[in-house]
Ligand binder design. Structure first.
Ligand SMILES: [Zn+2]
Length: 248
């Protein structure tokens, strides 16, 4: 069965919109080191969304392809060519407008899958605004918040776990892109860099040299398809639990 809304006719969507949950992947257009594509966050959130749709009998909406401003300490920052950032107000309005349209169409439940660290507060703002106006239930889950300790232990078997903010273009993202778009992973271009320790502050204007040259914030060296499978199945299991707890 086709679960991708973009490939449905409006009649097909019309018949199921009030009974099935709609899953909205949200990503970014952001550098991901020398070895991963710039739509990594979209590839991961869309891949997880498709797996979730199979489990909860859902529909996958077209993804939000751009996200909030990349921060040096969690995404490398705005100075890399190809990192295309949205202002906070733009992202709030964009997500708001999309959610309102689904609510007006009669969709009752939506599961938002976030793949970009910096997006969260702006998505939450849009969710709050929409649910004050419309009768729709919304849930947001970011993949890194839904990895159990035993999966973390298995994924970081050789390298110490750096932190979720620093897991940018690193083992978790690289391993998951190996699952969803293996042809876009270029491990031959990966360069090992010194461990990056950002200070506990934000500095503007952002300057060159604040982050490793490649844009990867932690090593991707021990990434593997096997770790990717472990991650995506573990995350989707947690998403299914969230769906059953929060949206049914
Ligand atoms: Zn990413």
């Amino acid at each position: 069965m086709n679960r991708e809304m973009a490939k449905m006719t409006w009649k097909e969507f019309d018949q199921i919109k009030e009974t099935k949950p709609v899953i909205l992947p949200i990503g970014s257009m952001e550098q991901h080191g020398y070895h991963l594509p710039m739509q990594t966050d979209v590839i991961i959130s869309s891949g997880l969304a498709k797996m979730l749709a199979e489990q909860i009998d859902g529909i996958v909406a077209p993804p939000v392809n751009y996200g909030y401003k990349s921060q040096p300490s969690s995404g490398g920052g705005p100075l890399f060519p190809g990192t295309i950032d949205l202002n906070g107000v733009t992202l709030i309005q964009l997500v708001h407008d999309i959610l309102v349209e689904f609510a007006r169409d009669g969709v009752k439940k939506m599961f938002l899958v976030n793949g970009h660290f910096e997006n969260e507060p702006y998505i939450i703002e849009a969710m709050d605004m929409v649910t004050k106006e419309y009768d729709i239930q919304l849930v947001l889950a970011s993949w890194w918040d839904n990895i159990t300790d035993d999966v973390v232990e298995k994924v970081f078997d050789e390298v110490p776990f750096p932190s979720w903010a620093l897991e940018h273009a690193a083992i978790t993202e690289t391993s998951m892109v190996m699952v969803f778009a293996p042809e876009l992973v270029h491990m031959d271009r990966f360069v090992e860099e010194p461990v990056y320790h950002p200070g506990p502050y934000y500095k503007y204007p952002v300057q060159k040299g604040m982050v490793p040259d490649s844009g990867a914030l932690a090593t991707a060296r021990t990434s593997s398809l096997e770790k990717g499978e472990l991650l995506v199945h573990g995350i989707v299991d947690e998403f299914v639990k969230i769906y059953k707890e929060a949206l049914v």
